[in-house]
Design a protein around this ligand. Structure first.
Ligand SMILES: NC(=O)c1ccc[n+]([C@@H]2O[C@H](COP(=O)([O-])OP(=O)(O)OC[C@H]3O[C@@H](n4cnc5c(N)ncnc54)[C@H](OP(=O)(O)O)[C@@H]3O)[C@@H](O)[C@H]2O)c1
Length: 426
């Protein structure tokens, strides 16, 4: 067993950096010692509870000139964080980071660099905060071949959608409440458009499916299209609505992936429907071992710092062992659409012949209607009703919807949500 102590520098003393320093002060893992804290204008960050031996600095050169063994990057953003992570690896240090954008975009190159340098690069906190899903994919179920991943990867969206569901709130009210409680940023674009979740899904594709997918190749649809009335209709279908990130390998070509992040109808009895508030949940389907499920807090200083410190503990336990990582293969093709049933919500001027016109177009493309749902008509000028359709080829549905969009009775654009099958959500 190694007697070496890993000397650790924290870059970034914000929400997560502070929480990591707290654990490293109160309960450091064996063989881990915090020696440096770097942050811009560091004087205002100094905390009396940190050991007096720790060096506080706002000069990153002081960290690189020191004898630290592991650099923990908790600054966020692509740059300068990326340059610091590369430099740390090039200078023979191991790195722990919580930076999903950096790993999603540059993880393959950084892993290769770490491997060349025989150093560790760990990023458990970059996906689903305190849920140890990266470790589970990399170690726990490494013996399986993961074929499908589906999950709730953004706590802000889950908070908004579950408040719309439980309180009957509008999207705007639910977002405002999430902002008040600190679950949503002042600019919520990355969350509600799905960009945050797709960066995390790209990382899960690399670690779980072993396929490298560029985040921009993952199709996203915003949750802003979801209205309170959709929850009422979803309820009639024994479903609720969640932002679902999913990726699946093509059995015939394991470098071809179908991947998307979109609001989706989820059967009430599935585990995905049971993730409430800001919680995250990930389901992995293994070829040999079947389904495994991972759930818990996806963000927050406490859970995220546990993931960071656990990575540090693993590195300290493995030292001086030098890892050799095998970077994932680039995807040959990324498709956006799964073969699923769909929920189509129309808002129309109520007049005879509307349903017949829709049905005619769907039938002309061989698309079978499963159900038609209509609440009592509240307004003849803007009547929301729903048609559910059986699974059909995605391109066929897109053509039919384009034709339907040209009909003259629409008051709002059609909302098209996939319906996850009972078997797809555990
Ligand atoms: N918060 C979470 O729940 C959570 C969950 C999972 C992953 N993460 C990831 O963890 C990382 C850190 O997140 P966080 O929430 O802790 O962010 P944060 O609270 O904004 O902390 C970032 C810290 O880095 C400092 N900083 C930023 N740019 C800098 C620069 N150029 N030079 C020196 N210092 C700089 C900031 O200083 P100032 O105070 O001057 O801005 C701040 O103290 C991000 O990659 C994030 O995506 C966070």
């Amino acid at each position: 067993m190694s007697t070496h102590t890993a000397r650790v520098a924290l870059l970034g003393f914000g929400t997560v950096g502070r929480a990591v320093a707290q654990i490293l002060t109160e309960r450091p893992p064996a063989g881990v010692r915090l020696t440096h804290i770097f942050n811009r204008n560091v004087a205002r960050k100094r905390a009396g509870w940190v050991s007096p031996d720790v060096v506080w600095t706002d000069d990153v050169e002081a960290v690189f000139a020191s004898d630290v063994d592991v650099i923990v990057e908790l600054v966020g953003g692509r740059e300068p964080a990326g340059a610091w992570v590369r430099r740390a690896l090039e200078s023979g240090r191991s790195v722990v980071t919580a930076n999903k954008q950096l790993i999603a975009h540059e993880g393959r190159d950084l892993l290769r660099l770490a491997s060349d340098q025989r150093r560790h690069l760990r990023f458990e906190a970059a996906v689903a905060g305190g849920i140890p899903v990266i470790g589970a994919f990399r170690d726990g179920i490494a013996g399986d071949r993961i074929e499908r991943i589906a999950g709730i990867l953004n706590g802000t969206c889950n908070y908004i959608l579950t408040s719309m569901e439980s309180a009957g709130a509008t999207f705007a009210d639910a977002l405002a409440r999430a902002q008040e409680l600190g679950y949503a940023e002042t600019d919520p674009t990355d969350d509600v458009e799905g960009y945050d979740a797709r960066a995390k899904l790209a990382i899960l594709c690399a670690v779980g499916l072993r396929v490298q997918v560029a985040p921009a190749d993952i199709a996203c649809r915003p949750i802003t299209v979801v209205d309170a009335v959709d929850f009422q209709y979803a309820d009639q279908l024994h479903c609720t609505i969640r932002q679902i990130s999913q990726a699946e390998l093509d059995p015939a070509d394991p470098t071809r992936v179908v991947a998307s992040v979109r609001p989706s109808l989820v059967p009430r009895r599935s585990m995905l429907a049971r993730a409430e508030g800001s919680k995250n949940l990930i389901l992995a389907r293994g070829h040999y071992g079947g389904d495994t499920i991972y759930s818990g807090s996806g963000a927050g200083g406490g859970p995220t710092s546990v993931a960071v410190v656990s990575d540090l503990a693993a590195i300290a336990a493995l030292e001086p062992e030098r890892p050799v990582a095998t970077p994932p293969q680039p995807a040959s093709r990324v498709d956006p659409e799964f073969l699923t049933a769909h929920y189509l919500r129309f808002v129309v001027k109520d007049r005879p012949g509307v349903l017949a016109a829709l049905a005619t177009i769907l039938a002309s493309h061989d698309i079978n209607i499963d159900a038609v749902l209509q609440q009592r008509v509240h307004s003849k000028d803007a009547n929301p009703f729903v048609v559910t359709i059986e699974p059909c080829p995605p391109a066929t549905l897109a053509t039919a919807l384009a034709e339907i969009a040209r009909l003259d009775f629409h008051v709002a654009p059609t909302v098209d949500l996939p319906i996850l099958s009972d078997g797809s959500g555990a």
